[in-house]
Write a protein that binds this ligand. Structure first.
Ligand SMILES: [Zn+2]
Length: 206
């Protein structure tokens, strides 16, 4: 069962500094991070000059990690889709990625696959939001980094008011990961409940 807000708060405060802060995550140094400190005050960075689009990983199916490496961290699959976890635990209770088995981007899905994507998104959100201590399962597709469709499902702890809204993505990088046994238990619960609809739960040590 996912940690309660009180358990998360106590665990984070135990490793935080005297002001309650944990170290700045690496995302703060990324060029796309939109904020910077100017003369001691937080400011938006200047908009960079226009330029060519950065190539995405796996464009045209060439050197696609999702295809070449085979599925890793998969917790559930059917004939056309798989749901996997990130290779490492992160700050939010669960971060899951739904992707097609075939090399397809979102606009590439035919109507049948698009319908399946929608049904699966609803089922995953329903299952994750049904876990104890989870208030919300955020669903998003961005796709600027890699061409192979990967739709994100990010679980937010109930009762942690700092982590509401789209900044949950940032908190996933900020917060230290929770206990591994809790994470594994939640992954197994999600896989089993999804398999009750369709597909199969994949053992976590596969
Ligand atoms: Zn691919």
């Amino acid at each position: 069962m996912a940690e309660s807000a009180e358990q998360v708060h106590a665990r984070v405060r135990a490793v935080a500094d005297e002001h309650g802060r944990v170290p700045l995550p690496s995302v703060a140094s990324w060029d796309v991070f939109p904020w910077e400190v100017v003369d001691g005050a937080l400011a938006a960075k200047p908009l960079a000059a226009p330029g060519p689009e950065e190539p995405r990983e796996g464009e045209g199916g060439v050197d696609c990690a999702a295809c070449a490496d085979g599925p890793r961290g998969v917790i559930w699959a059917n004939d056309r889709w798989r749901l996997r976890h990130l290779s490492e635990r992160s700050g939010l209770p669960l971060v899951l990625i739904l992707e097609p088995s075939a090399h397809l981007d979102l606009p590439d899905l035919d109507d049948a696959m698009a319908a399946e994507h929608g049904v699966l998104a609803v089922r995953i959100a329903r299952v994750v939001e049904g876990l104890p201590n989870i208030a919300r399962c955020h669903v998003q597709r961005i796709g600027d980094g890699a061409e192979h469709l990967h739709t994100w499902f990010m679980a937010r702890t109930a009762g942690l008011s700092s982590i509401r809204g789209s900044f949950a993505v940032d908190w996933d990088d900020i917060l230290p990961p929770g206990p591994e046994d809790v994470w594994l238990g939640d992954l197994a619960a999600v896989a089993e409940r999804l398999a009750a609809y369709d597909g199969r739960a994949v053992p976590l040590d596969d």
